[in-house]
Design a binder for this molecule. Structure first.
Ligand SMILES: Nc1ncnc2c1ncn2[C@@H]1O[C@H](COP(=O)(O)OP(=O)(O)OP(=O)(O)O)[C@@H](O)[C@H]1O
Ligand SMILES: [Mg+2]
Length: 261
């Protein structure tokens, strides 16, 4: 079943500069799809257009259908169909609200739970993101948590409503490498356990290769290559994809050299 269909999406600013250019792709239930591209290639704007959350001053044309809803002409919010995790967890979190209350908000709104049932669901969400000491974390404000804990709380909020599609926009870029790996494993496990579709956005090919199956490569707002990530890595066709693969290889080789020293 097609969950998300993006058909010839174009996003332009008020001066007519085209920022996302004729982008088409689909995500079906349970898919794991990557959007890979360098900084400024239009990844986040594509995600925001999908969610009906484009900033003021930008206009989208084309068609975006999310679980049957027209996100361009009638963006009524993405409700409980899709949820998003951003690069910087602090953007998703309210600094004045405890983690527990923030996770409770969408559960109350979309699943209608109250009282003990609500508290139970919050604890379940914190367990699902493998946070230990859940009572303390639930009572903490964002500034009292580490970066990795904050991103886990943001993921708990995103998945608490059991979305069919999880959009993760550079979810590990702001974290240090060991925490990155843990969060990637966590996302991997969560989408598998809940059969959630994943749209994973990154500039980092090796990171994408850990979690996605199929991917689209964006350059200057256009999709230049699409396919299974394994074929893209082993036999990239487009010159830009080749440079992505080569720079990942060079980085790997450098790591190996330092490992031998
Ligand atoms: N609100 C805005 N108004 C005008 N231009 C914008 C706006 N937001 C983004 N852009 C421009 O649109 C282009 C694509 O931006 P986008 O945020 O989608 O890039 P990205 O691929 O997510 O990059 P990054 O990896 O750095 O997050 C960039 O050139 C950016 O400067
Ligand atoms: Mg971005």
């Amino acid at each position: 079943m097609t969950l998300l269909s993006v058909d010839r999406l174009t996003v332009a600013d008020s001066a007519g500069h085209v920022l996302v250019d004729d982008v088409s792709f689909e995500v079906a239930a349970g898919d794991r799809t990557g959007l890979i591209g360098e900084s400024g290639s239009g990844k986040s704007l594509t995600a925001l257009a999908v969610l009906g959350l484009l900033p003021r001053g930008l206009t989208a044309t084309g068609a975006v259908s999310l679980a049957g809803a027209d996100m361009i002409r009638a963006p009524r919010g993405h409700g409980d169909v899709a949820a998003v995790v951003f690069q910087e967890p602090l953007t998703a979190l309210d600094p004045l609200m405890t983690a527990g209350r923030q996770i409770a908000g969408p559960i109350r709104r979309f699943r209608g739970l109250r009282g003990d049932a609500l508290r139970g669901a919050v604890r379940e969400a914190l367990d699902a993101v493998r946070l230990t000491d859940t009572d303390r974390i639930a009572r903490s404000y964002p500034h009292q948590l580490s970066g990795g804990q904050r991103q886990r709380v943001a993921i708990a909020m995103a998945i608490a409503c059991r979305p069919k599609l999880l959009i993760a926009d550079e979810p590990t870029t702001a974290l240090d490498v060991t925490v990155q790996a843990e969060i990637l494993d966590l996302l991997d496990r969560i989408v598998t356990e809940n059969d959630t579709a994943l749209l994973f956005i990154t500039h980092d090919l090796p990171v994408a290769a850990r979690v996605v199956r199929d991917t689209h490569v964006l350059q200057s707002g256009r999709i230049v290559e699409s396919g299974p990530i394994t074929s893209l890595v082993t036999a990239p066709r487009h010159p830009y994809t080749r440079t992505l693969v080569e720079s990942a290889r060079r980085f790997d080789a450098a790591l190996e050299r330092t490992g031998r020293d």
